[in-house]
Design a protein around this ligand. Sequence first.
Ligand SMILES: [Zn+2]
Length: 134
Amino acid sequence: MDKDEHSVDPEGSSADRSGLVSEDGRNTKAVLCQRCGSKVLCPGMAVFSEKELFLPSMKKKRALSTSEGPMDGDNLTAHWLVDDMYTFENVGFTNDVGRIKYLICADCEIGPIGWHCLDDKKSFYVAVERVNHA
Ligand SMILES: [Zn+2]
């Protein structure tokens, strides 16, 4: 079996992100790629959402699309939810993995930074832990 690394600490992490979420639940800061700084979302364009999603470990796009078998990754619960892909400043997608597309940086193609299911066209999730905020 895969070893599960549960680093989720609800109390600690909620305090940690308090400066990122506005009173109406939106992102107060721009969302940027951790690797190259490409802007993914402008402030106020996404809604904070808690949903448990599995995202494979960060790697380049080609490795994401070709990996087979069990993937290393994290169960992430804190996300920025966007209902329209045109809300993004810059974002890329992997090839479909089942019914899932992963969001990647449009510039350096590192990812996944987020998650999208083809069954729900109006839900694009960006993992708070996988982006920078500025
Ligand atoms: Zn990037």
